[in-house]
Write a protein that binds this ligand. Structure first.
Ligand code: AMP
Length: 299
């Protein structure tokens, strides 16, 4: 089954202690679509400006991502500028320019409306909701966000959460959203806001899944070469959704396996800037890393 993805397609300017890039391909929907595309077909909904380089569209199409829902508007593409310290964890946002996203009113192409697996990647929660309302009968709806939207669109986000099957959030955002410093309490509080399942992403420390049946914890894969953590969360989500859509299931055991695939996919996002590494791998690379992950975590 296809995964429908709505989110940002962006040009990122990023600085880490190990290097920098200017106006590189990025965006929540870009990372998650490319990641999900390794598992099956992907339908992309987003907006770009006339300044968006055509080579980036070629990359998406090479990955056989359906770009019918990628609208080109007069104006500039969404831009994000971030900077990381030596721990390469939470970036400092230097600038967010919504540009064409400020006025984006997505209209789903007709053949996207029967999508069963829907991923509302990080973007304005009002846009996420407008897309979701156009999908006829989704089987699984996952949603991501970030501190920018918690700060600027909290009410819209809280309204959306009860419609969500899997809410993905990183640890600092979970703390900010709930006002809890303890992650266990924060995760449980996020669950009470309405989503059926909550995934708390802890960067290099792995992932926690909160459900009303209990908690699942898994580590991240240990890597030597981390250059830029941008997009790790989105790539995780793309792998998670892609795997579930391939299975066509969303029971608890499948959610756990999908989390492991998500962790494996995220490793390819952080090994280079932008989507350089992620777009150059094949399914063999994924299977190899999955075997290494299994070796690392089995006891
Ligand atoms: P991640 O590191 O997985 O949280 O995602 C980073 C990506 O999110 C970058 O490529 C940015 O272009 C994109 N991004 C940053 N800020 C926002 C925002 N406020 N809304 C949507 N996407 C954003």
């Amino acid at each position: 089954m296809s995964v429908l993805v709505v989110g940002s397609v962006a040009l990122d300017t990023i600085k880490t202690p190990l290097g920098s890039v200017k106006d590189a391909l990025g965006g929540s929907a870009t990372y998650s679509s490319v990641s999900a595309s390794f598992f099956g077909s992907v339908r992309l909904v987003a907006v770009i400006g006339k300044d968006f380089p055509s080579e980036h569209i070629n990359l998406l199409e090479k990955k056989r991502i359906d770009t019918k829902g990628l609208v080109i508007e007069n104006g500039k593409t969404f831009r994000w500028q971030g900077e990381y310290g030596w721990d390469l964890s939470n970036p400092r946002t230097i600038a967010t320019h919504l540009n064409v996203f400020a006025e984006f009113d997505p209209k789903l192409p007709k053949d996207y409306r029967d999508s069963k697996f829907v991923f509302l990647a990080n973007i304005d929660p009002d846009i996420q909701d407008r897309v979701l309302r156009q999908v006829a009968r989704p089987k699984l709806v996952a949603c991501d966000t970030m501190n920018y939207w918690i700060d600027n669109k909290r009410k819209a986000l809280l309204k959306l959460l009860p419609k969500i099957d899997v809410f993905l959030i990183n640890e600092s955002e979970a703390r900010e959203l709930t006002g809890e410093t303890n992650l266990l309490l924060a995760g449980r509080k996020v669950l009470k806001l309405g989503p059926k399942n909550v995934i708390v992403k802890k960067g290099e420390h792995g992932v926690l899944l909160f459900t009303n049946k209990g908690i699942f914890s898994t580590p991240a894969f240990i890597l030597e070469s981390v250059f830029d953590p941008t997009g790790a969360g989105d790539t995780f989500a793309g792998g998670f959704m892609g795997y579930l859509a391939k299975l066509g299931k969303c029971d608890q055991a499948s959610l756990r396996k999908a989390i492991v695939y998500g962790c494996v996919m995220a490793t390819f996002a952080v090994e280079d800037f932008s989507l350089r590494k992620l777009s150059s791998i094949n399914f063999g690379s994924i299977k190899k890393r999955l075997r290494q992950y299994k070796k690392l975590t089995t006891f």
